[in-house]
Design a protein around this ligand. Structure first.
Ligand code: KIV
Ligand code: NA
Length: 262
């Protein structure tokens, strides 16, 4: 199967095809998502929250992201794999960003990085693209700004959001991710740019959609945002399997003779 690339994504958009993206943080899950035909896998800094149990994305480090990116990169045969630049790799000097992003391409089998921000990141996006590193820009709600913004809020400044997406595109971003904006604004962004757009909490008029896999499969505990649809309930299955295992061990029924050596 041919690999999903920046070029094939652009062709998909031009043909009016929808694109799918999910987060992945480990080998077995990434392999399943790739086999299911998901176009893009994201090693998101949501790793800090859904795997690490933190309250925000801020604590995850570049080395931790790289460890997980390695696993996902090894598993994906068809999907293009995008890796988040964790805070503050995309906020320090442009040289620092270049060095960190280059590690993704050099030390893992992943293909691109994602960077939060639009207009104010244009110079940085351009430096990465010039260095041969594909960049997905992330506009709208920016989880790395949670403390500056005083929480996670829906973004409604249409002019600013369109300008951010246009600036990112002009700087060389191959795709724009749009988080938590009303559908009409996401549609305006999608119409303003020529590159594919991927929405989360942004209605169904973007080129593609992304969700955090743990939310989508029912593995997240506690609060889930309004835009999440649970397509599976893996959490219940894990709990049920563990309960059955406990009962079988405690009753002496496991392991059976057939599960023992002669
Ligand atoms: O880290 C992440 O999972 C993300 C998605 C919410 C788009 O950036
Ligand atoms: Na992220």
């Amino acid at each position: 199967v041919p690999r999903v690339t920046t070029k094939s994504l652009q062709r998909s958009r031009e043909r009016g095809e929808k694109l799918t993206m999910l987060t992945a943080y480990d080998f077995p899950t990434a392999k399943l998502l790739d086999e299911a035909g998901i176009d893009l896998l994201l090693v998101g800094d949501s790793l800090a929250m859904v795997v690490g149990g933190h309250e925000t994305t801020l604590p995850v480090t570049m080395d931790q992201i790289l460890y997980h990116a390695e696993m996902v990169g090894r598993a994906a045969k068809r999907a293009m794999v995008v890796v988040d630049l964790p805070f503050p790799e995309g906020q320090l000097s442009i040289n620092r960003t270049l060095e960190s992003a280059a590690r993704v391409l050099k030390e893992t089998q992943c293909h691109a990085v994602k960077l939060e921000g639009g207009a104010e990141q244009a110079e940085r996006i351009s430096a990465l693209a010039t260095a041969g590193i594909p960049v997905m820009a992330h506009v709208g709600l920016r989880p790395q700004n949670v403390h500056l913004d005083g929480g996670y809020r829906v973004q409604r400044d249409q002019q600013r959001l369109v300008d951010d997406a246009l600036a990112a595109e002009q700087a060389g971003a191959f795709c724009v991710l749009i988080e938590c904006v009303p559908p009409a604004i996401a549609q305006a962004i999608d119409q303003a740019v020529a590159v594919p757009t991927i929405g989360i909490g942004a209605g169904n008029q973007t080129t593609g959609q992304v969700l955090v896999t743990h939310d989508m499969i029912g593995l997240t505990t506690g609060y889930t945002p309004k835009f999440v649809r649970q397509f599976g309930n893996v959490g219940e299955q894990i709990r049920a399997a563990a309960t059955e295992y406990r009962d079988a061990v405690c009753s002496g029924e496991f392991p059976a003779e057939s599960e023992s050596f002669k």
